[in-house]
Design a protein. Structure first.
Lengths: 237, 165
């Protein structure tokens, strides 16, 4: 090996470490920046609940005959079955366009609404679904449901739907009872959550959101979720 | 061909550096400031467990930026070209894997990404082929840089020439 080649090898060692150092520095700074920006967004999302006022309490029952669906206002002429995952972004879009209408149908006793809260998007869906069932026990399923979609993070399973944050959501909207918080931390409703998930094949549901009106699958014609199209479908029964 | 390469090698090394570096810098830059989107795009490949995919999604754009900058400036080109070639191979493998598994996604190469409507299957498959071809081209350029790392306008000044290496 010539002297020159040896010198080059030595130099290579230095540049190698320089490159590794620079690359890692950029990557680490970048990752820290990215994580911080998405977690500050998460805190921001809570402030969206600041002026949240809960509606009147609505009794919710679990109907074992309908895949353990959470049933609100049973006995109305029209039945709407909703299949959703609390982390599903499209469900959030559905909630934004049509959620308020559905809430009104329940509160004015025009329709029976059965919620099937799925959790196939991961462990945070399971936790959120459990908390939603806990809110149902308090009579505030609709409110908590709305709040969940209001704060839903863009990222699935990012750590946002922790039990701590779910309790915080309840706190923001006014659900603070010990039964509610205990129900979340103890995962008291996990069996029901699993029953909802397990009933998917029976109803041939493979995605969310899926809507049945009087047992018939709602197939939208508009490219997005169109409120007037949905209302007509509900009114037609 | 060899004579041609000897004559213009320093220039073609510069061009190769600028092309790979430019593509990586743009691809990384477009993704780095929408971290949530980039993380979901990596998760959409369904190769890594969701949690790890999200971390990879945070890190990958910055990694691309770092490699891209080093190539453009021309620091330790041989070493950097190995890394650039390695990510290209990784991208090819990832796209090949979604293609083989019949998953329809937007690669998210330059931001965006995620699942695509099944009705667009043929179009998506054509896109996969183009993406693999593009990444293959870039990988070959990286290979060229591995053999001829010393070119024009690079920060590193090495006394010895390529022929001696």
């Amino acid at each position: 090996m010539s002297k020159q080649a040896k010198a080059a090898t030595g130099g290579d060692h230095f540049t190698r470490w320089l490159v590794i150092g620079m690359v890692s520095l950029v990557v680490i700074t970048g990752v820290v920046f990215s994580i911080m920006s998405s977690s500050s967004k998460a805190t921001e999302s809570f402030t969206a609940l600041k002026d949240f006022t809960m509606g009147e309490a609505v009794t919710a029952t679990i109907n074992p005959a309908a895949g353990s669906g959470l049933t609100l206002n049973p006995g109305a002429p029209v039945t709407i079955d909703l299949w959703e995952d609390p982390q599903c972004p499209v469900c959030r879009i559905f909630e934004t366009s049509i959620g308020a209408y559905i809430d009104t149908q329940v509160r004015t006793k025009n329709a029976t609404v059965v919620y099937h809260v799925l959790s196939f998007l991961g462990p945070e869906s399971v936790r959120a679904a459990n908390a939603m069932m806990c809110a149902a026990d308090e009579g505030h399923y609709l409110d908590f449901h709305q709040a969940i979609y209001t704060v839903q993070p863009a990222l699935e399973n990012s750590g946002f739907f922790s039990n701590e944050n779910l309790i915080k959501i309840g706190d923001y909207i006014g659900l603070t009872s010990k039964t509610f918080t205990d129900c979340i931390t103890q995962g008291s409703k996990l069996e029901i959550v699993k029953a909802h998930e397990d009933s998917m094949p029976t109803y041939k549901v493979s995605g969310t959101p899926t809507v049945f009106i009087n047992g018939k699958l709602w197939e939208r014609k508009a490219s997005g979720f169109d409120l007037s199209e949905f209302r007509l479908a509900v009114e037609a029964g | 061909m060899i004579a041609f390469n000897q004559k213009y090698q320093k220039l073609s090394t510069l061009v190769a550096r600028l092309v790979i570096g430019g593509v990586l810098l743009v691809a990384g830059g477009l993704k780095a400031f929408v971290p949530a989107e980039a993380a979901s795009a990596v998760a959409a490949y369904k190769i890594l467990p969701t949690q790890i995919a999200h971390i990879a999604g945070y890190a990958l754009p910055w990694f691309e930026i770092a490699i891209g900058l080093l190539l453009i400036i021309g620091i330790s080109v041989r070493m950097t070209s190995i890394l650039a070639g390695a990510i290209m191979v990784l991208f090819i493998a990832a796209i090949g894997s979604v293609w083989a598994r019949g998953i329809l996604i937007d690669c998210g190469c330059f931001g965006g990404g995620g699942a695509i409507d099944p009705s667009k299957a043929a179009q998506v498959h054509r896109t996969y082929a183009l993406e693999i071809a593009r990444d293959l081209g870039l990988a070959l350029l990286a290979l060229y840089l591995y053999f001829f790392p010393y070119g024009l306008f690079s920060v590193e000044k090495i006394a010895i020439t390529n022929e001696e290496m």
